[in-house]
Design a protein around this ligand. Structure first.
Ligand SMILES: [Zn+2]
Ligand SMILES: [Zn+2]
Length: 305
């Protein structure tokens, strides 16, 4: 089974605390990394979690608020010092590229690698070796997006007896069929669907960024294996959440329930809470499969079937 691991690099909102850094979440699968948001100090977490400065990486930025973006420049600079050559995918609001270009020029940062920049728009924003990434509009105080990281589908279950009955010898040809590729045997084509079940869906990870909950986002995150959601406030502070365009932990849980997510991880906690256990408790009343993110927490996402 291919491992799909989500690691929280920073879990605080707006300002860091002694225990929580600014927002950043990494998704790792077979050497490929998708990094969502780049709070200040993210580069140290990239190193401590061994994500690799030269790795096959795509960076998704939800919106242009300093706590989600200011770590990007330092990360790019350190990648250059490490002589990265591989192109880097960066996806974010249009003005992100302008900020990067202007600041890199002013600070004399010469990048050693190309940035493949995509402007975030609702719909599919990026396809990589292992993932398809979609965006939807979030409801925040500035233009903001939520992302859905979908693992590309897996071939169906392989049935060896079917391969044997078609005369396919065990070995390389089986392996090709198992990977969903067709083969030629004695002038005849054997299609993977002749020896496997129907293709199985990949795993889905949702990341809200900063947002109010909405019916649209509940639909966007429908069936997520892991949903990571804005939980800046406790429900007794809902007025502040409404005013500042964030969510409470209970609102995050209600949305996870509507979306039929399998697991909810609360993150982006206001620095006002020294403990987030009450936020988790109130969320679990609506959605029991809820945990709180903490810096350095890694979660392996299992297949549904
Ligand atoms: Zn924020
Ligand atoms: Zn924000």
């Amino acid at each position: 089974m291919v491992k799909l691991v989500v690691t929280f690099l920073g879990t605080s909102a707006a300002a860091p605390t002694a225990d929580r850094g600014l927002p950043a979440v990494a998704v790792k699968r077979e050497g490929e990394v998708v990094l969502m948001d780049c709070g200040e100090g993210v580069q140290r977490r990239v190193l401590s979690e061994s994500l690799g400065l030269g790795s096959d990486m795509s960076i998704l930025i939800t919106h242009l608020h300093g706590d989600h973006v200011t770590g990007l420049l330092g990360l790019l600079q350190t990648m250059s010092l490490a002589q990265r050559r591989k192109p880097l995918n960066v996806v974010g609001p249009e003005k992100l590229l302008k900020w990067l270009e202007v600041t890199a020029e002013l600070l004399h940062i010469g990048l050693t690698f190309p940035i493949q920049f995509s402007v975030t728009k609702p719909g599919v924003v990026l396809r990589t070796g292992g993932f398809r990434i979609r965006a939807a509009r979030a409801a925040h105080s500035v233009e903001a997006f939520s992302y859905l990281v979908e693992e590309l589908g897996r071939p169906g279950i392989f049935y060896p007896e079917r391969a044997k009955s078609l005369g396919v010898p065990e070995g390389k040809l089986w392996s090709r069929l198992q990977k969903g590729k067709s083969i030629r045997l004695g002038g005849k084509r054997v299609d993977p669907l002749q020896v496997t079940g129907p293709p199985r869906p990949g795993r889905k990870i949702g990341y809200s960024g900063d947002t109010r909950p909405s019916a649209k986002l509940a639909r966007f995150f429908s069936g997520c294996d892991l949903l990571i959601f804005d939980s800046t406030f406790r429900d007794s502070d809902r007025e502040k959440a409404v005013e500042r365009k964030h969510s409470t932990s209970l609102e995050a849980a209600e949305l996870a329930k509507t979306a039929k997510a399998r697991q909810l991880v609360l993150t982006h906690f206001s620095a006002r809470y020294t403990s987030v256990s009450s936020l988790v408790r109130e969320a679990r009343r609506a959605f029991p499969h809820t945990i709180a993110a903490s810096d350095g927490l890694s979660i392996e996402v299992p297949y549904t079937e």
